[in-house]
Design a binder for this molecule. Structure first.
Ligand code: PEP
Length: 706
C-alpha cells in the first residue's frame, strides 16, 4: 500500500511540476502577453481602465514567476508540506476561474499556457480538475515525495529559481520574448498564414436579419427573408457561429488607409522589396525615447527605396501626438490593436518584411543602428532571415539555469553523502566508546557487586532502655528460635541493655545471632561508679557495642573526644563497634548533613588504622528519622551512604571502603526495609522500635532474602 501511495504521489507531483514549470515559463518569457491577458480578464469583470497598466505588468511577472517557482519546488520536493498546500490553493483558484470561463464564456482563451498552447475553456477546466485532484493527492501525503536536494541547501535552489525566472521575464520585456509562439514569428509569410486550404472545413454561420413593419420588430434568416415585401424595413443583423471550421493562423490582419478607406493589405504584403513596419498598437502609450533611431531607419529606407509604414490602432489624436513628439513623416495606416499586440511585444516595435515574409523583428530597445545600416539590406545580415536560433536559446537556458541547478543537486548529494559518512563514523566511534564504557562500567559493576557480596549485610537491633530481664530473655529466645527455623542470609545482632547481656548470651545460638551492648565506658577500669567497661561487656559473651548513638550524644553529652576513647577501648577489648553518625533536622534543612557526618567520623573513628577499621560498622542515622516514624527516603539514604563510603575511601582507600558495612537507621521497618536494602550502598539496618517484636524484626531480616 505504501509503495502504491508513494508511486501515486510522485506521479501526481511530476504531472503538477511539469505543468507548472511549462505554463509558468511560457508566460514569464512573454510578460506583455500575460499582461494583455490580465487586461482581458479585467475587461470581463468590468474593471477595464481601473487597474493601472504597471500594476498589471507587475502582476503578470509575479504570477508567472510564482507558478514557475512552485513547479520547481514541487519537482525538487522542497518544503513539501507548505508547497503542497500552496499548490492546492493555487489550483482551487484556477479551477474556479476556468469554471466561470466555461459557463459564462467571457474570454475565448484562458491564457494558461500563454500563446504556446491554446485550449478551449471546457478543456482548460477539465485539465484543472485533473491537476486539482493531483494536488490534493500530494497534499494528503506530502512526505511521500522523494527529495532531490537536502533541506540545508534547498534555499539555494529556491532563490536561484526565483532570480532566473524574474531575470528571464525582465529580459523578455526589454528585448522580445525569448521564444515566439505567436503566428507572426520570423519566417512567417503573413499572406500564407492567412490562406485557407481548399479542402478545409468552412465555419458555418447563422445570419439573422432584424426588420420592422408598423412598429413590429421581427427576425428573419436567409430562407424566410421577405425579399418581395418592401414594407419590412431592415434595421440590423447578427451572426452566430453554428460550427467552427478551419481558422488560419492569421485571420485578423489587415491594413487600411483611414483617410481613403482603401485596404492596403494585399498591396503591402505583395511588395517585391523590403518593407519596414513600425508597429504601435497605440501611439498614445508608446515609448518615444527612440524616435531618433526610428527616423534614421525611415531615412535609410527612403534612401534605398524601401517602404516604411507605421501601423497603429490609435485615434487621430494619438497619431498626431506621435508625429508632433517624434517628427514622424512616414505614412501611418490602421490595423486592429489586438492584432498589433500579437504581431510584436513592444510598443513601438519594428518589423522587416520581404515580399510579405517576416525577416526580422526588433523591440524599440534593440533597433538597428546607423552602424549596422551601412549598406542595402540585401547585403546586410539583418536583411536576411536569421538562422533558427531555437536550439541555441534552449542551450542558453540549459547553461544558465538547468546545468547550474543539476550541478547544485549533484554537489548537494555529494555533500549529503559526506555528511552521512561523517555521521556514520561519529556514530561508530560513539558506539565503540559506549561499548568500552559499558565494558568498563560492567567491570566496575561486577567489582562493586563482588565487593558488596563480600561486605557483610547486617541487621542489628537496638533495644534501648526497654524490656525487663525476663522479657528480654523471652524476646531473645523468640528471635533465636525464629532464626533457627528459618536461617537468615545476613548477620543478625541484638544489642541489649547491660543487665541482659550475660543471660541473653546463654539463650542465643552464636552462629545465628550476635550479641552487643548499647554502650561502654570511656575508661578502662576503676572507680567509675555505675559505668560498665568494654572488658566487662566482652566478658558477658557480647561481641558488638553501639557507640556514638545520637541519644547518647544528646542526653549524656558524649562528645567526639569521649567517643574516640570508647571506640579505642572497645576495639582493644575485641569488640566490633557499630558507630553511629547523623544530622539533626535543622542541619539537614540547612543542607549541612554531609559536613556534620564527616565531622563526626573525623572526630571519633578516622584516626583508626586500616587494621582497626576492619572491626568498624558504620550506621547512618538521621536524628530526625529516629523513633519519629519519618524515614529518610531510600534515595536520601543511598545518597548519604554513598557519600560516607566516598569519604571512607578518601581516608582508607577504595578497597577498604568497598568492604566497609554501612547501615541505615531511623524508623526502618518491615514495610520499607526492602526498598532501603535494594540500594547498592545500604548494607543493612540498625533497628530501634521494630526490633522489640520478634516477628517485625524477623520480617526486616527477611528483606535480604527478596
Ligand atoms: C535507633 O535508635 O537506632 C533507631 C534506629 O530507632 P528507630 O528504628 O526506632 O527509629
Amino acid at each position: 500500500m505504501n509503495k502504491f501511495k508513494s508511486f501515486l504521489v510522485n506521479l501526481c507531483r511530476t504531472l503538477l511540476a511539469i505543468t507548472f514549470i511549462f505554463s509558468g515559463f511560457v508566460k514569464s518569457i512573454d510578460p506583455l502577453g500575460t499582461q494583455y491577458k490580465i487586461g482581458d480578464y479585467l475587461e470581463a469583470l468590468n474593471l477595464a481602465g481601473k487597474v493601472p497598466e504597471w500594476i498589471q505588468l507587475i502582476t503578470s511577472i509575479g504570477l508567472s514567476a510564482i507558478e514557475f517557482t512552485l513547479g520547481v519546488l514541487i519537482l525538487l520536493a522542497i518544503q513539501r508540506r507548505l508547497v503542497s498546500k500552496l499548490t492546492v490553493f493555487f489550483m482551487v483558484c484556477m479551477t474556479a476561474v476556468t469554471l466561470w470561463l466555461t459557463i459564462g464564456n467571457p474570454i475565448q482563451d484562458c491564457g494558461c499556457f500563454g500563446d504556446a498552447i491554446r485550449l478551449s475553456n471546457s478543456m482548460t477546466f477539465g485539465k484543472n480538475v485533473v491537476l486539482l485532484t493531483a494536488s490534493i493527492v500530494v497534499m494528503k501525503w506530502p512526505l511521500y515525495q522523494v527529495r532531490f536536494i537536502s533541506k540545508t541547501n534547498q534555499w539555494i535552489a529556491t532563490y536561484f529559481t526565483i532570480v532566473f525566472i524574474v531575470v528571464a521575464s525582465v529580459l523578455s520585456l526589454y528585448h522580445l520574448p525569448i521564444f515566439d509562439f505567436r503566428p507572426y514569428f520570423i519566417g512567417q509569410n503573413i499572406k500564407k498564414g492567412m490562406e485557407i486550404p481548399k479542402d478545409a472545413k468552412p465555419t458555418v454561420y447563422k445570419n439573422t436579419f432584424i426588420c420592422v413593419k408598423d412598429g413590429v420588430q421581427k427576425e428573419f434568416d436567409e430562407k424566410n427573408f421577405p425579399y418581395d415585401d418592401s414594407t419590412w424595413v431592415f434595421i440590423d443583423s447578427k451572426q452566430e457561429i453554428v460550427e467552427q471550421g478551419y481558422e488560419p493562423p492569421i485571420h485578423d490582419f489587415s491594413i487600411t488607409n483611414e483617410e481613403t478607406g482603401e485596404d492596403l493589405t494585399e498591396a503591402i504584403l505583395t511588395k517585391k522589396n523590403y518593407t519596414f513596419l513600425l508597429i504601435s498598437p497605440f501611439f498614445e502609450v508608446a515609448e518615444d525615447g527612440n524616435f531618433g533611431e526610428i527616423d534614421y531607419i525611415y531615412e535609410y529606407a527612403k534612401e534605398h527605396g524601401y517602404d516604411f509604414y507605421g501601423l497603429s490602432a490609435s485615434t487621430d489624436y494619438g497619431v498626431k501626438h506621435w508625429r508632433d513628439v517624434t517628427g514622424a513623416e512616414y505614412p501611418i495606416y490602421t490595423t486592429d490593436g489586438t492584432t498589433l499586440k500579437t504581431v510584436i511585444r513592444s510598443n513601438p516595435g519594428l518589423l522587416l518584411l520581404y515580399q510579405g515574409t517576416i525577416i526580422n523583428k526588433w523591440s524599440h530597445n534593440d533597433l538597428p543602428t546607423a552602424e549596422e545600416l551601412n549598406a542595402p539590406l540585401n547585403l546586410l545580415s539583418i536583411g536576411h532571415e536569421p538562422e533558427d536560433s531555437t536550439w541555441s536559446k534552449i542551450f542558453a537556458i540549459v547553461l544558465c539555469y538547468i546545468l547550474p541547478l543539476i550541478l547544485l543537486i549533484v554537489a548537494d548529494r555529494i555533500w549529503a553523502w559526506t555528511q552521512w559518512v561523517k555521521k556514520r563514523e561519529q556514530w561508530l566511534k560513539e558506539k565503540e566508546q559506549w561499548l568500552v564504557k559499558k565494558e568498563q562500567s560492567n567491570k566496575l559493576y561486577q567489582l562493586l557487586k563482588r565487593k558488596r557480596q563480600m561486605r557483610k549485610k547486617i541487621v542489628a537491633g537496638n533495644w534501648k532502655m526497654n524490656e525487663t530481664l525476663q522479657e528480654g530473655i523471652a524476646l531473645a529466645t523468640e528471635i533465636n528460635d525464629a532464626l533457627k527455623a528459618d536461617k537468615p542470609n545476613c548477620d543478625v545482632v541484638i544489642c541489649t541493655p547491660f543487665i541482659h547481656l550475660a543471660s541473653v548470651a546463654n539463650v542465643l545460638d552464636k552462629e545465628l545471632v550476635g550479641l552487643g551492648a548499647e554502650n561502654c565506658a570511656d575508661k578502662e577500669k576503676g572507680a567509675y561508679t555505675g559505668e560498665v567497661s568494654a572488658a566487662m561487656v566482652k566478658s558477658t559473651g557480647a561481641e558488638y557495642v553501639i557507640l556514638g548513638h545520637s541519644e547518647r550524644r544528646q542526653y549524656y553529652g558524649e562528645t567526639a573526644e569521649i567517643l574516640k576513647e570508647k571506640v579505642q577501648l572497645a576495639l582493644a577489648n575485641g569488640l566490633k563497634v557499630i558507630f553511629c553518625c547523623g544530622e539533626s533536622l535543622e542541619e539537614r534543612e540547612a543542607n549541612k548533613q554531609n559536613e556534620v557526618v564527616k565531622a563526626e567520623l573525623e572526630g571519633s573513628v578516622f584516626n583508626l588504622s586500616a587494621e582497626e577499621w576492619k572491626n568498624i560498622i558504620l550506621a547512618y542515622e538521621p536524628i530526625w528519622a529516629i523513633g519519629t516514624g519519618k524515614t529518610a527516603t531510600s534515595d536520601q539514604a543511598e545518597e548519604m551512604l554513598a557519600y560516607i563510603r566516598s569519604i571512607v575511601a578518601d581516608k582508607f582507600g577504595k578497597e577498604i571502603a568497598a568492604e566497609t558495612s554501612i547501615l541505615y537507621g531511623g524508623s526502618c521497618n518491615a514495610k520499607n526495609a526492602d526498598e532501603l536494602f535494594s540500594k547498592p550502598n545500604i548494607d543493612g539496618g540498625l533497628i530501634g522500635g521494630a526490633s522489640l517484636k520478634a516477628a517485625d524484626f524477623k520480617a526486616i531480616i527477611d528483606a535480604w532474602k527478596k
